[in-house]
Design a protein around this ligand. Structure first.
Ligand code: ZN
Length: 197
């Protein structure tokens, strides 16, 4: 239920952290409107502490757009240990993720997100209106009778993984210049974006 680009980066983050013997638990990913509303009610109309300032009806949580996840350290003594989360954040930022620990209004150290649309959901709301519309842009189809090569790098010098057949569906990570970064059958690479619709 996460955006393919975030899902891909989450995989990298888990691997890089494991190399440093930091093991993570994913505690939150995609949130539906109903779930976000239930969280918003906590500490307001329902018992407990306030856990979010984002209402479901306004789509103002990044989780509702599938562009954020929350983590904890997989060690009962260190779950939300600040120094450990900071170490994770350092690795996450190197692979291009945003960190809720850098926010000023509500510091949210277990929260990581895609930064392409800024640190709020305002831009997403302007472009796509609702998460359902946004989600439809995550998958596209190859439209080329002879299929489309999936390159290992933008330069094309390192060769390609395979030929994606005409009509096949790919997960869209992002588009830039001539190419689109996509995932197909577990391989992440680059295709000519002209032939992906
Ligand atoms: Zn979060």
């Amino acid at each position: 239920m996460l955006h393919p680009w975030l899902d891909y980066r989450l995989g990298i983050l888990l691997k890089k952290c494991a190399k440093k013997r930091i093991y993570l638990i994913i505690t939150e990913g995609y949130r539906s409107k109903a779930y976000q509303d239930a969280l918003y009610a906590k500490g307001r109309t329902k018992p407990g502490k306030v856990v979010t300032n984002a209402k479901g009806s306004t789509y103002s949580s990044q989780h509702m757009w599938g562009i954020a996840f929350d983590i904890a350290i997989n060690d009962s003594r260190l779950l939300y240990d600040h120094a450990m989360l900071k170490k994770v954040a350092k690795i996450a930022k190197k692979i291009g993720l945003g960190w809720g620990g850098d926010w000023r209004s509500i510091v949210d150290t277990p929260h990581f997100y895609l930064t392409k649309w800024g640190s709020t959901t305002a831009t997403l709301k302007t472009i796509y209106t609702t998460p359902d519309v946004f989600r439809k842009t995550w998958k596209k189809k190859v439209k080329r009778s002879k299929g489309l090569l999936l390159w290992k790098a933008q330069s094309k010098l390192t060769g390609c993984y395979l030929r994606i057949p005409n009509g096949a569906t790919v997960d869209v990570l992002y588009a830039k210049g001539w190419y689109m970064k996509v995932r197909y059958r577990g391989k992440v690479g680059y295709v000519n974006r002209k032939f992906v619709k």
